[in-house]
Design a protein around this ligand. Structure first.
Ligand SMILES: [Zn+2]
Length: 302
């Protein structure tokens, strides 16, 4: 009996060690812009409630110009920190570093300006999330940013599990603006199936590139679609057997320590690693860069 018990304990430990894990991160918040159905305060609270219901400790990457630079938005960001979530930096106005019109100095100024606000919030971390996950269209910008972040003690808060929740959110808003009473069940279904597809695809890619299940870092946004259905999304990960960890736990993994050796890095860290290994076009890569086209097309067919 003792032998069986210890064998079972070993098996359980091995299963836990191999369990796929994921940390939740949310970009672009807090957003004071109006949407159908919920006020900005209600959207913020719905996200926090879903995280609390599942005891998930997440990270919010603040785009300060979306609200945190005004008292009403600052209070929403503060609520994340007070609930135990980490607060990162996602620039003032969400410029695109890959745009020829955006200079390195301008982009860095945006980070410093937003830092002056986030540094006063509970949960503040020196974590930077690149806007659009784009790290610069030239080696000068890319290396300039790497030096800038290192000098200020900032970490590049990579994403491994990139999603197009924002695209389905646009669709949701469009449908509800046209008809506040519209049946949005098909969009909910598309959102959940999109997250499931991306999760499985990035898990497969991690095994292919790293030979193991890395702790994944998922990118979602501070938006209406997550305010409505984040609870279901987290439950779906649990039903898939994934465990949920904190962003700090995920970032401690070795895969997040070394920047990929690629001229122009960006997108999911796993896609950058694939490109740096000359594996840019592996089976199924189109579905990882399609901005959710597959689900949007499927919705049209309903
Ligand atoms: Zn963003």
């Amino acid at each position: 009996m003792k032998k069986i018990c210890s064998a079972l304990a070993l098996y359980a430990a091995a299963m836990a060690a191999h369990a796929q894990s994921v940390a939740f991160t949310f970009d672009d918040g807090p957003r004071l812009a109006e949407t159908p159905l919920l006020s900005p305060q209600q959207r913020n609270q719905a996200l926090l409630d879903a995280l609390a219901a599942h005891k998930v400790s997440a990270a919010l990457f603040v785009t300060c110009g979306n609200g945190a630079d005004r008292p009403a938005g600052y209070a929403l960001a503060q609520a994340w920190g007070q609930a135990g979530h980490a607060i990162g930096n996602h620039t003032m106005t969400h410029l695109d570093l890959n745009s020829a019109k955006v200079t390195l100095a301008q982009y860095q100024q945006e980070i410093s300006d937003c830092d002056r606000i986030t540094a006063t919030l509970p949960g503040y971390q020196k974590w930077f999330r690149f806007t659009f996950l784009r790290e610069g269209n030239t080696p000068e910008k890319r290396d300039g940013m790497r030096a800038f972040l290192a000098q200020r003690g900032y970490r590049n808060a990579y994403v491994s599990l990139d999603t197009s929740d924002w695209r389905l959110d646009e669709k949701l808003n469009e449908v509800l603006r046209a008809n506040a009473g519209a049946d949005v069940a098909p969009i909910r279904k598309a959102y959940l199936s999109h997250l499931r597809q991306r999760a499985q695809a990035y898990r497969d890619l991690s095994r292919q590139l790293e030979g193991r299940d890395i702790p994944q870092v998922i990118l979602l946004h501070h938006n209406l679609i997550n305010a409505l259905w984040l609870n279901d999304a987290i439950q779906q990960f649990k039903d898939m057997g994934w465990t949920i960890i904190t962003p700090a736990q995920a970032f401690a993994d070795s895969v997040y320590q070394q920047p990929p050796d690629k001229l122009v890095a960006g997108q999911s860290l796993l896609l950058s690693i694939a490109r740096s290994k000359g594996l840019g076009k592996f089976p199924g890569w189109e579905r990882l860069v399609d901005d959710g086209d597959f689900e949007i097309e499927a919705l049209k067919a309903e």
